[in-house]
Design a protein around this ligand. Structure first.
Ligand code: 13P
Ligand code: SF4
Length: 345
């Protein structure tokens, strides 16, 4: 996966004109040259386009603040999948990464699903190629296959059940006690789920580059500087960091914890996009992000951050990039997703 920005289409794909005002700007902000509006005009232009196209904007907590501020729904993977399953909008703009938009398309074959930047992939999904996964499954024919939603449609299609970090423990606990389980692709999450559920899991050795980047040294320093702060961590983090956490949960659980805990502050071990919501909802408490090793800012997901307001405007304006899926693959991938939604209702 390449982290470079993709070009923003400057020409229309044949969608109907938005009509120019006397100032040379359309209601949707299209400039007189056909390019995107000025940065300050983007939120209003996106809102107008969204209404015109009967679109809904879903955004993950790891998106840039500006995208979170104009989204109709902000959530974690499970909340966004649920919303994608029930929305009556004609167009779904998924401000997240590819597997999330793909899941929305699997659930809504008749709708247009847009992803502002098609290059917004996921290291975790990439760590589990479908053919290698098929070989791994073949080595464990008696195992029930649970795949984290952070995987491709081709891996979902080989799975019995999909889970997210919000419902993984609860779903594993619902399986018969003697049922062997294969869990993919995140080994850190899998180890945590095994501990929480008391069930041994056969793990695929995948990981997220973001959640593996946090510096233990920086975390220990922050703990020393803020001894009363609570350490809250996403289960995709490595074991040695989870061992230092006071609370572990999905992004939405971490947000809830920040709202309900009596702690005077929080050290947050997940992608720092979530801090935008935390600071808005708990404005009187400090939140500290943990840097990556060597103080780098690699704790920000390079895939999630490919999306921008300009690309969001562009995909609404041009109706692309849109997700497209082979129908047979979509049907097979739908089965374990629908099972998850039914079991975690
Ligand atoms: P959740 O949305 O389930 O917390 O997962 C975080 C993540 O890494 C999404 O890519
Ligand atoms: Fe994938 Fe990790 Fe980015 Fe989530 S944070 S999208 S798991 S690379």
């Amino acid at each position: 996966m390449v982290f470079t920005q993709t070009a923003i289409p400057q020409s229309s794909t044949g969608q109907s004109s938005t009509g120019q005002s006397s100032t040379g700007q359309s209601s949707t902000g299209l400039s007189s040259t056909g390019g995107p509006p000025a940065a300050a005009d983007l939120p209003a232009a996106i809102a107008a386009l969204k209404q015109q196209k009967k679109a809904v904007i879903l955004a993950h907590y790891y998106q840039d603040n500006g995208i979170q501020d104009i989204a109709d729904v902000i959530g974690d993977s499970l909340e966004l999948a649920r919303k994608a399953a029930t929305t009556d909008a004609e167009v779904i703009v998924f401000c997240g990464v590819h597997f999330m938009a793909e899941t929305a398309k699997i659930l809504n074959p008749g709708k247009t699903v847009l992803l502002p930047d098609l290059e917004a992939g996921c290291s975790l999904a990439d760590s589990c190629p479908a053919d290698a996964f098929a070989a791994f499954r073949a080595m464990h024919p008696d195992h029930y296959v649970i795949s984290y939603i952070n995987c491709s449609a081709a891996v979902k299609a080989q799975s019995d059940l999909i889970c997210t970090s919000s419902n993984a423990v609860q779903l594993v606990q619902q399986l018969p006690p003697d049922q062997p389980i294969l869990f993919a692709p995140d080994a850190n999450l899998g180890r945590w789920v095994a501990r929480q559920s008391g069930r041994p899991l056969t793990l695929w050795p995948g990981s997220c580059i973001v959640h593996e980047s946090f510096s233990e040294e920086a975390l220990l320093r922050l703990k020393q500087e803020h001894p009363d702060a609570e350490v809250i961590a996403h289960p995709e983090c490595q074991q040695h960091l989870l061992d230092l956490a006071d609370f572990i949960g999905s992004t939405s659980r971490l947000l809830k914890r920040a709202e309900t805990s009596a702690a005077p502050g929080f050290i947050v071990l997940t992608e720092p996009g979530i801090l935008h919501q935390m600071r808005q909802r708990v404005p009187h408490k400090p939140f500290f992000e943990v840097p990556g090793a060597d103080g780098c800012s690699c704790n920000a997901c390079p895939y999630m951050r490919l999306n921008s307001l300009e690309k969001l405007w562009s995909c609404l304006q041009h109706g692309q990039p849109a997700l497209d899926l082979d129908e047979d693959l979509r049907r097979r991938a739908l089965v374990p997703i629908e099972r998850m939604l039914a079991l975690s209702a």
